[in-house]
Design a protein around this ligand. Structure first.
Ligand SMILES: [Zn+2]
Length: 193
Protein backbone atom coordinates (compact mmCIF):
# COMPACT_ATOMS: atom_id res chain seq x y z
CA UNK A 1 0.00 0.00 0.00
CA UNK A 2 1.26 3.44 -0.89
CA UNK A 3 2.12 5.40 2.28
CA UNK A 4 -0.05 8.38 2.97
CA UNK A 5 1.75 11.67 2.57
CA UNK A 6 2.97 13.65 4.32
CA UNK A 7 4.66 11.03 6.48
CA UNK A 8 3.93 11.30 10.17
CA UNK A 9 5.15 9.45 13.23
CA UNK A 10 8.46 11.20 13.87
CA UNK A 11 8.75 13.73 16.72
CA UNK A 12 6.19 16.49 16.09
CA UNK A 13 8.77 19.08 14.99
CA UNK A 14 10.25 16.64 12.45
CA UNK A 15 6.79 15.83 11.12
CA UNK A 16 6.21 19.55 10.76
CA UNK A 17 9.38 20.10 8.74
CA UNK A 18 8.58 17.01 6.65
CA UNK A 19 5.40 18.60 5.34
CA UNK A 20 7.69 20.13 2.73
CA UNK A 21 9.01 17.51 0.39
CA UNK A 22 10.83 17.02 -2.87
CA UNK A 23 8.93 14.48 -4.94
CA UNK A 24 9.74 13.21 -8.46
CA UNK A 25 7.30 15.90 -9.64
CA UNK A 26 9.17 18.66 -7.81
CA UNK A 27 8.81 20.45 -4.47
CA UNK A 28 5.49 19.93 -2.70
CA UNK A 29 4.02 21.62 0.34
CA UNK A 30 1.62 19.24 2.03
CA UNK A 31 0.60 22.05 4.37
CA UNK A 32 0.01 24.65 1.71
CA UNK A 33 -3.59 25.56 2.52
CA UNK A 34 -5.68 25.98 5.68
CA UNK A 35 -7.54 22.77 4.71
CA UNK A 36 -4.27 20.82 4.53
CA UNK A 37 -3.20 22.27 7.87
CA UNK A 38 -6.49 21.09 9.34
CA UNK A 39 -5.98 17.60 7.91
CA UNK A 40 -2.47 17.45 9.41
CA UNK A 41 -3.71 18.68 12.81
CA UNK A 42 -6.40 16.01 12.77
CA UNK A 43 -3.79 13.33 12.14
CA UNK A 44 -1.70 14.71 15.02
CA UNK A 45 -4.67 15.05 17.35
CA UNK A 46 -3.31 12.65 19.94
CA UNK A 47 -0.23 14.72 20.65
CA UNK A 48 -1.14 18.34 20.42
CA UNK A 49 -3.86 20.73 21.46
CA UNK A 50 -6.01 20.43 18.43
CA UNK A 51 -8.65 22.94 17.45
CA UNK A 52 -12.21 21.89 18.05
CA UNK A 53 -14.42 20.87 15.17
CA UNK A 54 -16.22 24.20 15.40
CA UNK A 55 -12.93 26.02 14.82
CA UNK A 56 -12.31 24.18 11.60
CA UNK A 57 -13.91 26.77 9.36
CA UNK A 58 -12.12 29.57 11.18
CA UNK A 59 -8.65 28.36 10.16
CA UNK A 60 -7.35 31.28 8.17
CA UNK A 61 -4.41 32.22 5.98
CA UNK A 62 -3.01 34.11 8.98
CA UNK A 63 -3.12 30.93 11.08
CA UNK A 64 -1.35 29.08 8.29
CA UNK A 65 1.28 31.81 8.03
CA UNK A 66 2.02 31.57 11.77
CA UNK A 67 2.55 27.81 11.45
CA UNK A 68 4.68 28.22 8.31
CA UNK A 69 6.89 30.66 10.16
CA UNK A 70 7.52 28.15 12.95
CA UNK A 71 8.15 25.44 10.35
CA UNK A 72 10.78 27.59 8.69
CA UNK A 73 12.52 28.36 12.00
CA UNK A 74 12.39 24.70 13.05
CA UNK A 75 13.75 23.54 9.68
CA UNK A 76 16.70 25.91 9.81
CA UNK A 77 17.53 25.07 13.42
CA UNK A 78 17.25 21.32 12.84
CA UNK A 79 19.45 21.47 9.75
CA UNK A 80 22.23 23.28 11.57
CA UNK A 81 22.04 20.98 14.59
CA UNK A 82 22.16 17.93 12.31
CA UNK A 83 25.34 19.31 10.74
CA UNK A 84 26.80 19.90 14.19
CA UNK A 85 26.61 23.68 13.80
CA UNK A 86 25.15 26.51 15.82
CA UNK A 87 21.52 27.21 14.81
CA UNK A 88 20.82 30.70 13.44
CA UNK A 89 19.96 33.18 16.20
CA UNK A 90 16.87 34.45 14.38
CA UNK A 91 15.49 30.92 14.06
CA UNK A 92 15.85 30.39 17.82
CA UNK A 93 14.33 33.79 18.48
CA UNK A 94 11.42 32.89 16.20
CA UNK A 95 10.77 29.68 18.15
CA UNK A 96 10.95 31.58 21.44
CA UNK A 97 8.62 34.33 20.19
CA UNK A 98 6.04 31.84 18.93
CA UNK A 99 5.92 30.25 22.39
CA UNK A 100 5.71 33.63 24.08
CA UNK A 101 2.77 34.63 21.88
CA UNK A 102 0.57 31.92 23.43
CA UNK A 103 2.11 30.66 26.67
CA UNK A 104 0.46 27.49 27.90
CA UNK A 105 -0.51 26.19 31.27
CA UNK A 106 -1.02 22.50 32.02
CA UNK A 107 -4.56 22.55 33.27
CA UNK A 108 -5.29 19.74 35.68
CA UNK A 109 -8.65 18.08 35.88
CA UNK A 110 -10.07 14.91 37.37
CA UNK A 111 -11.68 12.78 34.71
CA UNK A 112 -13.07 9.28 35.00
CA UNK A 113 -11.12 8.55 38.16
CA UNK A 114 -7.73 9.86 37.04
CA UNK A 115 -5.87 13.13 36.79
CA UNK A 116 -5.54 14.61 33.32
CA UNK A 117 -3.26 17.49 32.30
CA UNK A 118 -4.21 19.39 29.16
CA UNK A 119 -2.18 22.30 27.82
CA UNK A 120 -4.30 25.40 27.47
CA UNK A 121 -3.14 28.45 25.58
CA UNK A 122 -4.70 31.86 24.99
CA UNK A 123 -4.90 33.56 21.63
CA UNK A 124 -5.89 32.84 18.08
CA UNK A 125 -5.92 29.35 16.69
CA UNK A 126 -2.82 30.02 14.60
CA UNK A 127 -0.92 31.42 17.59
CA UNK A 128 -1.88 28.40 19.72
CA UNK A 129 -0.90 25.83 17.12
CA UNK A 130 2.32 27.73 16.34
CA UNK A 131 3.18 27.82 20.07
CA UNK A 132 2.53 24.08 20.39
CA UNK A 133 4.83 23.36 17.47
CA UNK A 134 7.52 25.80 18.59
CA UNK A 135 7.54 24.15 22.01
CA UNK A 136 7.83 20.73 20.38
CA UNK A 137 10.78 22.04 18.35
CA UNK A 138 12.42 23.47 21.48
CA UNK A 139 12.02 20.15 23.27
CA UNK A 140 13.47 18.17 20.38
CA UNK A 141 16.39 20.53 19.79
CA UNK A 142 17.49 20.11 23.42
CA UNK A 143 16.81 16.38 23.66
CA UNK A 144 19.84 14.05 23.37
CA UNK A 145 17.81 12.05 20.81
CA UNK A 146 18.57 14.87 18.35
CA UNK A 147 21.96 13.24 17.73
CA UNK A 148 20.09 10.57 15.78
CA UNK A 149 18.50 13.11 13.42
CA UNK A 150 19.24 12.22 9.80
CA UNK A 151 18.22 13.13 6.31
CA UNK A 152 16.93 10.44 3.98
CA UNK A 153 19.72 8.94 1.85
CA UNK A 154 17.71 8.98 -1.35
CA UNK A 155 19.50 11.53 -3.48
CA UNK A 156 16.65 13.98 -3.98
CA UNK A 157 14.74 13.38 -0.77
CA UNK A 158 14.90 15.95 2.04
CA UNK A 159 12.83 14.08 4.63
CA UNK A 160 14.23 14.00 8.15
CA UNK A 161 13.91 11.23 10.69
CA UNK A 162 15.23 10.12 14.03
CA UNK A 163 17.24 6.96 13.38
CA UNK A 164 16.36 5.06 16.53
CA UNK A 165 17.63 2.09 14.55
CA UNK A 166 21.13 3.22 13.48
CA UNK A 167 20.84 1.18 10.27
CA UNK A 168 17.84 3.12 9.05
CA UNK A 169 18.65 4.93 5.79
CA UNK A 170 15.38 6.07 4.28
CA UNK A 171 12.43 8.16 5.37
CA UNK A 172 10.19 5.31 4.33
CA UNK A 173 11.21 1.94 2.93
CA UNK A 174 8.00 1.98 0.90
CA UNK A 175 8.84 5.30 -0.78
CA UNK A 176 12.56 5.96 -0.95
CA UNK A 177 13.79 2.46 -0.16
CA UNK A 178 11.74 1.32 -3.09
CA UNK A 179 12.81 4.19 -5.32
CA UNK A 180 16.48 3.37 -4.66
CA UNK A 181 15.90 -0.32 -5.42
CA UNK A 182 14.13 0.52 -8.68
CA UNK A 183 16.91 2.91 -9.71
CA UNK A 184 19.55 0.27 -8.98
CA UNK A 185 17.57 -2.24 -11.02
CA UNK A 186 17.46 0.05 -14.04
CA UNK A 187 21.12 0.93 -13.70
CA UNK A 188 22.07 -2.76 -13.65
CA UNK A 189 19.98 -3.49 -16.70
CA UNK A 190 21.26 -0.46 -18.56
CA UNK A 191 24.77 -1.76 -17.94
CA UNK A 192 23.74 -5.13 -19.35
CA UNK A 193 22.30 -3.65 -22.52
ZN1 LIG B 1 13.13 9.71 1.49
Amino acid sequence: MKPRLPLIGEPLAVDLVNTRAITPDGPVDFMGTPAELWEWLTRQADRMTTPTQSERTSLSRADLAAVHEVREHAARALTQIRLGKRPPADALRGLNDAQRAAPGIRKLSWRGGSLVGTVERPGSLGARVAADLAEAAAELLTDPIIEALRECEERNCVMLFIATNPRRRWCSPAICGNRVRVARYYQRHKADA
